[in-house]
Write a protein that binds this ligand. Structure first.
Ligand code: S3P
Length: 186
């Protein structure tokens, strides 16, 4: 079974889950969110897992979910956590089993989407007059470290300035085009 899944990757707050849900509806496919799967299996939120079990434990769960999803024979739309590609085996499993889409977003736009959320332990910054500058710098630094992996994607879309529904509609066409261009190859 070749590239049957559709994976959404990108930085925290890029909109992977929202866009993924719309895309799954449009393609009439089941939707999987790896963070939610981990929360279900462990019985804790991502934040609790980081705080109580540690990041290494979270990453092991994440790699295991990716492995299972990648082996599933029926196609799915999968929203990955922003750090899922860091694991080399996951990276291989993902690229082998699906079309990978990078939802590209600028640090300032990411900031606006994550600034008031308490969901992401890696972006915790204490209240301070310069919190915004600190958080934007944290986003830029981490994005710079990770973008090399995001840019390996089969499809890259700049999602800033578009609603989640619009991004999903654009992606429908891009996926179709990708499949036509790679017909028979994967
Ligand atoms: C993480 C991204 C989060 C979640 C965890 C770690 C990361 O998912 O997996 O907090 O390392 O980028 P989202 O990208 O869905 O926020």
């Amino acid at each position: 079974m070749k590239k049957r899944h559709i994976y959404l990757t990108g930085f925290m707050g890029a909109g992977k889950s929202r866009i993924g849900r719309h895309l799954a509806d449009l393609l009439n496919l089941p939707f999987v969110d790896t963070d939610q799967e981990i929360e279900k299996i462990v019985g804790k939120t991502v934040r609790q897992i980081f705080e109580e079990e540690g990041e290494a434990f979270f990453r092991r769960q994440e790699a295991e979910i990716v492995r299972r999803v990648s082996q599933h024979p029926a196609p799915r739309v999968v929203a990955l956590g922003g750090g899922a590609l860091n694991d080399s085996l996951s990276l291989e499993n993902i690229h082998r089993s699906g079309i990978v889409i990078y939802l590209k977003s600028a640090p300032e736009a990411i900031f606006k989407r994550v600034a008031h959320s308490r969901k992401r332990p890696l972006l915790d910054v204490d209240e301070a007059p310069d919190r915004e500058a600190i958080l934007i710098k944290r986003i830029k630094d981490l994005l710079q470290k990770r973008e090399r992996l995001y840019l390996k994607a089969d499809i890259i879309i700049d999602r800033d300035g578009l609603e989640a529904e619009q991004v999903a509609e654009h992606l429908m066409f891009q996926i179709e085009l990708y499949r036509k261009e790679h017909h028979g190859k994967n």
